[in-house]
Design a protein around this ligand. Structure first.
Ligand SMILES: O=P(O)(O)OC[C@H]1O[C@H](OP(=O)(O)OP(=O)(O)O)[C@H](O)[C@@H]1O
Ligand SMILES: Nc1nc2[nH]cnc2c(=O)[nH]1
Ligand SMILES: [Mg+2]
Length: 158
C-alpha cells in the first residue's frame, strides 16, 4: 500500500487535463491522439476537445491490478499510428514508467504526455502537468466515491 494518497476530483482532473492541453499547444499539429486505456481515456477526450483533434486511437497496456504491479501486457496495439510520428499519446499518469516504456517501443516517434508524473517515470514523457512523490498513490474520481466520515470528536477517546 502507498504511504500517501493524492485524491483527484472530476473538477481537478478537468482543470489539469486542460492545463496539459495548453502545454501541448506549441507541439501541434498532431495527426491524432492515442489514448492509453483505460486511465488515459478521459484525459484524452478532454485534450481531443481542446486541441480540436477528431482522430482518437487506443492502445491497451495492462500493468496493475489495483495497487499490485505485474508484467505489462499489450492487450491491444494501436491500429493506425504507424511509428507514432506526428501522434500524441496520452495517459493519466506515469509512475515507474513501465507502461510508457512499452508504448514508447510501439510508437517510438510519438509525443508522450501525461497529466500526472512521479519522479521515476518523469524522464519517459515529453510533457506533464503535476508531479507527485514516488510514495504517493493517485486516486482518480472513477476509483472513488464520497462517503460519510464520523466527526473528529467521536471515537478519539478525548
Ligand atoms: O508508470 P507505470 O508504473 O507503468 O504506471 C502507470 C500506469 O498504471 C496505470 O494503469 P493500469 O495498469 O492500472 O491500468 P488502467 O489504466 O486500465 O487502470 C496508469 O493508468 C498508467 O497507465
Ligand atoms: N490510480 C493509480 N494507478 C496507478 N498505477 C500506477 N501508479 C498509480 C497511481 O498512483 N494511481
Ligand atoms: Mg493505465
Amino acid at each position: 500500500m502507498a504511504e500517501k494518497y493524492f485524491t483527484v476530483s472530476w473538477d481537478q482532473l478537468h482543470r489539469d487535463s486542460k492545463a496539459l492541453a495548453w502545454r501541448l499547444m506549441d507541439h501541434r499539429p498532431f495527426a491524432g491522439i492515442v489514448a492509453i486505456t483505460r486511465g488515459g481515456l478521459i484525459p484524452a477526450a478532454i485534450i481531443a476537445r481542446e486541441l480540436e483533434c477528431r482522430l482518437v486511437e487506443t492502445v491497451s497496456v495492462v500493468t496493475y491490478d489495483e495497487e499490485d504491479r505485474g508484467q505489462p501486457q499489450v492487450v491491444k496495439p494501436p491500429a493506425a499510428a504507424g511509428d507514432g510520428a506526428g501522434w500524441l499519446v496520452i495517459d493519466d499518469l506515469v509512475d515507474t514508467g513501465t507502461t510508457a516504456r512499452v508504448v514508447r517501443a510501439l510508437l517510438p516517434k510519438a509525443h508522450l504526455a501525461t497529466v500526472y508524473a512521479k519522479p521515476a517515470g518523469k524522464p519517459l514523457v515529453e510533457t506533464f502537468v503535476t508531479e507527485v512523490s514516488q510514495d504517493t498513490w493517485i486516486l482518480f474520481p472513477w476509483d472513488t466515491e464520497a462517503q460519510f466520515i464520523p466527526p473528529i470528536a467521536r471515537g478519539t477517546g478525548r
